[in-house]
Ligand binder design. Sequence first.
Ligand SMILES: [Zn+2]
Length: 441
Amino acid sequence: MHSIGITRIWENELMRFVRFSTRGRRLKQVATVLMAVSLPAFLSVANTLSGQTRYDLLLKGGHVIDGKNNINAIRDLAITGGKISALAPNIDPSLARKVVDVSGLWVTPGLIDIHEHVYTYVAQQSSQADDQGFTPDGFAFRAGVTTVVDAGSSGWRTFEDFKTRVIDRSRTRVLALLNIVGWGKRGDKYVQDLDDMDAKPTSEMILKHKGVVIGIKCADFKGPEWKSYEQAVEAGRIADVPVMIDFGANRTERPLYDLLTRVLRPGDIYTHVYWGLMGEQDEQTGGPSKALIEGRKRGVIFDVGHGNGVFSFSLAVPLMKVGFVPDSFSTDVHLNSSTNMNAAMNDILEVMSEFLAMGMPLDSVIMRATWNPAKEIKHQELGNLSAGSPADVAVLRLENGKFSFVDRRRASLDGTQRLVCELTIRDGKVVYDMKGIARER
Ligand SMILES: [Zn+2]
């Protein structure tokens, strides 16, 4: 408050100087032009000249949803040095180097997608660690996503190659779940290989890159053995990170109930929760199975992992109706052009819009793509707009109209609202602005 007061006094003095002291013709002309441009712009220039500019960027007048800080209101958001610096009902625009009018739009923390496949350029044809992976920068920012977790495309044998090729070169923040299979998702021959599922080298690689590697992934395993899941949990115990499970196949030898009540720990993540083929639904009631109910009681996390063949409205709609809602959304997006990105789901905004269509309130939807996944991957500096947090921000428009959404069974669901991205900011820099809302008019 003190420094704002000084700024205002200084501004008043400057105005007096302009009004009464500019005898020289040239200075008078400059003052006239500045006044004509508008008073705020003039004060902003004045503040910049005097070193009083406090903020690099000010998003003005947006409706902010920040689940961590329990904010759901019109707020101005200021960014300085790549960090969130202020969130308040009315921040003086003359204190900002750049002001963007975001009135009528929704301002949220940068979205976090904890299940994507972004490891590409390795030699194995048709694997998710190759020609189904995609470069994150081309797809993340346009959906308001600033943090992507690659879910098991690499294992301990291939992670450092993935890091060099993709993680270190991307503007998107890319984190990883290591596959419990040493060679990662190279293709079916590799992911079924029990001899390549080893907690020791997996945990060693995690500890070497802790923070970037945030956990372990089991995926696509079809056999009757528990080894894949048990080795993953063991690696998770050694490295103190969660595991994420894609259950692969419904086997009577290793039922979902045992996975969720015995094998997994609180904080471990069960993805593809609305798959519909793993015993998720109680046949009598149509609601969640005992496995899901008991798993949630124990603190197992349930994630959407929408993907192409692993999400069914016929399961999601009845479970949502009785309150079995997911803890986080994720897309499982990969370049399987016939069944995924060109047929089942575009991006996380579409997944979020589907849950709006199923009746989830907007603030709950935002929470599941921001603060909840940040906690799940133990990156609590992300997914919120607290002062000092990295300035990762999404500015979204909520469109009203007639929309429809599709699932793995080629069913569709009608909706009346859809989220679209207007502006994405990563570490304080505008990285997506296709309509130029942050540009000079
Ligand atoms: Zn996946």
